[in-house]
Design a protein around this ligand. Structure first.
Ligand SMILES: [Zn+2]
Length: 379
């Protein structure tokens, strides 16, 4: 799981950022302060370049946020629940909890993002013209024209028809509208995106071999990223279709074995772990209250000497870190909420009592059973 840090709430939408953003923030500020601005506006003190560089990077992220907020706000208007916005390495993602009800609403939710970026680019351009008329060609004017350029690029790049970019989703909604099935729409858009990704990788390798190493590596890397995003999108959609109207109770491992949290690791491995075949064990304290969760895979990595010394509660992850569900919840909705990889286990509570755990293995079992039942007919 990628760690994210909460930033706050804006217009009723939760906003957080991934740690990877910090590198790009520093990279943008550095590029501005050390190369773009000194080239365009020479002869300024170093501090002025750095202040302008950091300010530029901050406004750049505000522009990314505006792009994502527009997706989220239109989604809300279209009746789709929005879990929040995460800013990360390549920009941002709006995490939608529900699905758009029609191809038209998906297209609207998608197109508004690039349109916002183009709008911001136009605004920055107008401000740059005003600033240059008032103050001539200074740092502010240059920063504004850079923002105009970067937002135009952002809008155009997002229109590339490959997942997870807006262009991929637009194409998918177009195919959805033409075929009448969201799933088929995604499958076709994924195929187009894959071809594009392979072309990018090939072009990147060509550049690499012809000497443009850095550009080649970057383009090939983005191609590879789009390729893996295409597969993730496709398997996510297939999985959701298979898990639709299957309750969590049908997938969960039950009953749950809880283990005393005062056991040492070696006590646990010797008695409990050899007796059951589970991969995750909830713990309880002497009063019977749930106090955390341990994973077998993590405990076996502890060295022999520490196993005698460490108690399970010392190695436990807090319960609050794990997502929870109710037995009656739809599995497709759960996957939508928690994510398709489901690396984290989901604790299933019924009226306050822990009744089951859903692991990736449980989900894979249900998917396999449903696949067998449905046959390959409707793929
Ligand atoms: Zn977008």
């Amino acid at each position: 799981m990628t760690p994210t840090i909460r930033l706050g709430k804006l217009l009723g939408i939760e906003i957080d950022f991934n740690w990877s953003l910090i590198f790009i923030f520093a990279l943008v500020a550095w590029t501005l302060a050390a190369s773009v601005l000194p080239l365009d506006v020479p002869g300024q003190p170093a501090l002025a370049y750095w202040v302008a560089g950091v300010a530029g990077a901050m406004v750049f992220y505000a522009c990314l946020l505006a792009h994502e907020l527009s997706h989220a706000l239109v989604a809300k208007r279209m009746g789709v629940k929005v879990a929040g916005i995460t800013l990360w390495l390549f920009g941002g993602v709006s995490r939608l909890e529900g699905e758009p009800t029609s191809a038209r609403s998906e297209a609207l939710i998608t197109i508004v993002g690039p349109l916002t970026s183009f709008g911001v680019a136009l605004l920055a351009l107008l401000l740059a013209v005003v600033a240059s008329a008032v103050a001539g060609s200074g740092l502010v004017t240059d920063l504004l024209s850079w923002l105009a350029f970067i937002n135009l690029t952002l809008g155009l790049f997002n229109l590339v028809p490959a997942f997870p970019l807006d262009g991929g989703r637009l194409l998918s909604s177009l195919f959805w509208w033409r075929t009448g099935s969201r799933r088929r729409g995604v499958h076709r858009a994924v195929r187009v995106g894959r071809v594009l990704a392979y072309l990018m990788i090939a072009f990147g390798l060509f550049l690499l071999l012809s000497g443009a190493v850095l550009n080649g590596v970057w383009i090939a890397f983005i191609g590879w990223f789009l390729l893996s995003a295409a597969s993730a999108e496709e398997s996510g959609v297939t999985m959701k279709a298979l898990l639709k109207s299957v309750p969590v109770s049908a997938a969960m491992t039950a009953p749950v074995i809880t283990v005393p949290d005062w056991y040492t690791v070696s006590q646990f491995l010797g008695s409990v772990a050899s007796q059951y075949h589970f991969t995750t064990y909830p713990l309880h304290d002497p009063s019977g209250q749930l106090s955390g969760v341990v994973r077998l895979a993590q405990l076996v990595r502890i060295s022999e000497s520490d196993r005698e010394r460490l108690h399970l509660r010392d190695c436990a992850r807090p319960l609050a870190e794990l997502p929870t569900a109710q037995p009656s919840e739809d599995l497709a909705a759960l996957v939508q909420r928690v994510g398709t990889d489901l690396d984290r286990r989901v604790l299933v509570f019924d009226g306050g009592a822990l009744v089951g755990i859903v692991s990736p293995v449980d989900l894979a079992r249900v998917v396999t059973l449903r696949q067998t039942a449905a046959g390959a007919a409707d793929r």
